[in-house]
Design a protein around this ligand. Structure first.
Ligand code: F6P
Length: 326
């Protein structure tokens, strides 16, 4: 096994609170084990452009509590191309970088898998996305902060909904996954939670709202995941009000507020742990894997599996949410 000497670290895809804590952990663990470490800016884009700098202990001081990513992030179109990957590898060779820690979501790992298939480079992944949709980790970095942001926002909307007898359709992020919607919906006592993993039935939704109305529910919150299959919050609200207009209806799209903010304690600890473990994994000769935590244990999942086999929604939790919202 070739000894590793120089590690590059990057953040890629949508930023997520806790990415800075992960960068800090990678840098400090690498330095502790006497490796050189380079920060690569703007994910794979910066790698192609050779935008990378050596990092030391102080480069990652006072960042553990900050949202966003000090290395910045990007979704790189160029890295999809053979020329882009070849140039990225040339830049790594120029800096003698033999190993990478990539922090991001499924797109990041798909890119890493293809890159490692073409070139001699050791790559470990750290799951950083608010969507929590990766197989191989119970939680991804940023998810806990994002759902707490959603909960805070929905609680506020609940106040105004109650004061005006309104029905709110609140759209949350998650791309094609419903984890943010489901967990924040449970935590805010949402009347309904609509997610991409189950087909929304507008007629049943209306039946439920009629029932709520009869049972003297004067207002309500419907959490709609952005990937929900009837078309999202505006579309669902339109379809409902066409047939049932007893509530005054409002739509709120929470948007990118969900990606920002100071990471929660849980995200900081998860990010610190996975960043540390990613460097240890590379030192132990592991590569082509995402480092995750399942049932409090560190697990290594090949990139292809982590990105392709999405984490599954537990149907019992969905049922519980429905029962508790009556
Ligand atoms: O993957 C994180 C995420 O915030 C998704 O929830 C959302 O669908 C997407 O990124 C939005 O990406 P962008 O900021 O590029 O529009």
């Amino acid at each position: 096994m070739k000894k590793i000497k120089n590690i590059g670290v990057l953040t890629s895809g949508g930023d997520a609170p806790g990415m800075n804590a992960a960068i800090r952990a990678v840098v400090r663990t690498a330095l502790y084990y006497r490796l050189n470490v380079f920060g690569i800016y703007r994910g794979y884009e910066g790698m192609i452009d050779g935008d990378m700098v050596p990092m030391d202990y102080r480069s990652v001081a006072r960042i553990i509590h900050r949202g966003g990513t000090i290395l910045q992030s990007a979704r790189s179109e160029r890295f999809y191309t053979d020329e882009g990957k070849a140039e990225a590898y040339r830049q790594l060779q120029k800096h003698n970088i033999d190993s990478l820690v990539v922090i991001g979501g499924d797109g990041t790992f798909r890119g890493a898998e293809r890159f490692a298939g073409l070139y001699d480079i050791n790559i470990a992944g750290v799951p950083g996305t608010i969507d929590n949709d990766l197989y191989g980790s119970d939680f991804t970095i940023g998810y806990d902060t994002a759902i707490n942001t959603v909960v805070e926002a929905v609680d506020k909307i609940r106040d105004t909904a109650g004061s005006h007898n309104s029905l709110f359709f609140i759209e949350v992020m998650g791309r094609d996954a419903g984890f943010i919607a489901l967990r924040s919906g449970i935590a805010t006592g949402a009347e309904e939670i609509l997610i991409p993993e189950t087909q929304t039935n507008i007629d049943s939704l209306i039946d439920k709202l009629r029932y709520n109305r009869r049972e003297s529910k004067t207002s309500g919150i419907i959490i709609v995941a952005e990937g929900e299959k009837e078309g999202g919050a505006y579309e669902v609200a339109r379809k409902v009000t066409e047939q049932f207009s007893e509530y005054s209806t409002r739509v709120t799209i929470l948007g990118h507020i969900q990606r920002g903010g100071s990471p929660t304690c849980m995200d900081r600890v998860l990010a610190s742990t996975l960043g540390y473990e990613a460097v240890k994994a590379l030192l132990a000769g592991k590569k082509g894997i995402m480092v995750g935590q399942v049932n409090k244990k560190i697990v290594y999942t090949p990139f292809a599996k982590a990105a392709k086999e999405h984490q599954q929604i537990d149907p019992n939790i969905l049922e519980m949410a429905t029962i508790l919202s009556l």
